[in-house]
Design a protein around this ligand. Sequence first.
Ligand SMILES: [Zn+2]
Length: 366
Amino acid sequence: MKTAVHDRLKSLSRRRLARQACAFTALLAVCALCCIFASQRAGAQAASSTGQLRIYSIDVEGGQSTLLVAPSGESLLVDTGWPGNNGRDAERILDAMKDAGLKRIDHVLITHFHDDHVGGVPELVAHVEVGEFLDHGENREEATDTRNNYATYVKAIAGHQRRIVHPGDTIPIDGLSVVVLTADGEHIGAVPGIKPMPNSWCASEHAWPDDPTENSRSAGILVTFGKFKFLDLGDLTGKKEVALVCPNNPIGTVDLYLVTHHGMDWSNSRAIVDAVHPRVAIMNNGAHKAGKPAAWQIVHDSPGLIDLWQLHTAEDSDAAHNSPEWLIANPKGDGDGHALKVVALPDGSFSVTNTRTGVTKQYSRK
Ligand SMILES: [Zn+2]
């Protein structure tokens, strides 16, 4: 009897132990799953914080300097701002690099050889390691200043890799597609993956004069990151803009448009601005450079535009041709150097941050 009870107790205790072991094993399994899910979540978080294209529209007081940083960390700087000013523009590029965690710039594209674009190269190479320089080939403008800009550029990049780009070329950046649309006065007929469509805005476009300056030779690019598209045509002028998108538009529509030529009114024809149908535009004007009322109005009125951000208040214009102050990085004068920062995701959503105010506006995916 005693033995039977003892055996029963032993058996009960074995079953309880087995149940406890089961519970413990189940608990371990749950914990393990928790750990797996937690690490997957952490992984997804890490991926999403790095899975972004960042674009800095750096304030170089009416020139261009636009820094693009791919999710891989590979970088492209479009133009370098002005010469002189104690290296001001190189310093502002360095500020953007610091924000992006960059130690070097992999590719520098010089759109053309005017001093508000190429002028900052000597100061840049004095402070920053550059992988390669890209440009449209030799200067063709018959002006002493521009010839000097070109000679200074060639001297400054000696020892660096230099590549001449043509329409249809790509700039290889991990995670991005960067296609050269225009260069040296020529333009692309079709972008791989985009069907050129008849452009209804061409019929009402007026004739534009020939432009013998370097502006018309600007190297322009279309950047695609998943569903997000960014267009930067440097200082391309009206006649070449129209040639690019008429009668067929090879670009399609874009999310972000860098207002061509800082908002000069001999660029930004309706035929191109309306056809590319940007959701957001950034105008890299200076306090007293470009930001012309006619160009501002065309961009502002383009169908589908949500916001027109500006690097500066166009102080020679009027309140009716400037955006509200919260959309302006530097509302008064020059010298502050606040940038506009864009963060884009492959689903086509993106945000723009005014680094002066810290205010960020979100734009949903399409
Ligand atoms: Zn310019």
